[in-house]
Design a protein around this ligand. Structure first.
Ligand SMILES: C[S@@+](CC[C@H](N)C(=O)[O-])C[C@H]1O[C@@H](n2cnc3c(N)ncnc32)[C@H](O)[C@@H]1O
Length: 264
């Protein structure tokens, strides 16, 4: 007997989460990323934190009947503090994200993330969606972009104060990234699904093959799909059961492609 996904939406993940998928390329956990047991299970000194947490705006355009409200989107969660745990909290030097490696966080400003995430140099990127979203229908301007904060994680406070994290990049690019929103089929997966080519651009700019890319709020799994297709590994956590299962389906498909490319 199979369980319909619609029932799964009602489920709460167990303490410590549940591993839904684990291979050499990917780990996908159905769980709450605030759970200390899950945070402790992330391999130390990983290569990139790339995430799109809830924005604390109770997202709902008022038009959609397809999606329920995004979990953790009601403003009750201090997301910069949660992400601080994922990179390794103040006073820890070997845990979490490796020092001088990068973070990308959608929707939040560097000034709010810098303290809890121990960030040095940073830059604001703009995702140009190449279309106008719904937003407030009483205004003449609809949202056509989202902010992405790029920054360098520096574990030593002295290093941050001295300005560490001013990178000499391999290839410098403009800060506006134009990638169309996923099409109607894609949008059926998740109300906030990010385009895989956008995620691949971020991942490719900040990691090398084999690096581990972490996304604690994985949604439908675009970060993981891009990481696997780029020859990186991914560690994903998602609290909503149906979304977590979607991550598994999409990442498995990406793994098949990556296997074929490597075998060719
Ligand atoms: C903005 S969406 C991410 C969308 C994703 N970037 C994509 O392309 O599909 C944020 C996700 O975080 C998940 N989330 C909210 N609270 C969480 C928590 N405590 N632990 C893990 N995931 C959580 C939500 O269920 C939602 O799917």
């Amino acid at each position: 007997m199979t369980t319909p996904d619609t029932l799964a939406l009602e489920l709460t993940p167990p303490p410590g989460g549940q591993i839904l998928h684990q291979t050499e390329r990917a780990t996908i956990i159905w769980g709450d990323c605030r759970d200390p047991q899950i945070i402790a299970s992330v391999p130390d000194w990983y290569g990139l934190l790339c995430t799109d947490p809830p924005y604390g705006v109770a997202y709902n355009s008022g038009r959609s009947t397809t999606f329920t409200q995004i979990a953790g989107d009601d403003g009750s969660v201090d997301w910069p503090a949660v992400l601080g745990q994922w990179v390794g909290p103040e006073g820890t030097y070997t845990r979490g994200l490796a020092s001088k490696r990068h973070v990308y966080v959608f929707g939040y400003e560097a000034k709010d993330l810098a303290g809890p995430m121990r960030l040095g140099g940073n830059a604001e990127l703009v995702w140009d969606k190449a279309m106008c979203g719904m937003g407030n229908l009483e205004q003449p301007w609809g949202p056509g972009h989202e902010r992405i904060t790029f920054a360098v994680h520096i574990k030593q406070k002295a290093g941050r104060t001295a300005g560490d994290g001013r990178l000499s990049a391999r290839l410098r690019k403009g800060s506006v990234l134009r990638y169309p929103r996923p099409n109607a089929d894609g949008a059926k997966r998740h109300s906030n699904e990010k385009p895989v080519p956008l995620m691949a651009d971020l991942i490719e700019s900040s990691t090398v093959r084999g690096d581990l890319v972490v996304d604690p709020c994985a949604g439908s799994g675009s970060t993981g799909v891009a990481a696997v297709l780029e020859g990186r590994r991914c560690f994903l956590v998602e609290i909503d059961r149906a979304n977590a299962e979607e991550c598994v389906r999409r990442v498995q498909a990406a793994e098949l492609i990556a296997d074929r490319i490597e075998a060719a």
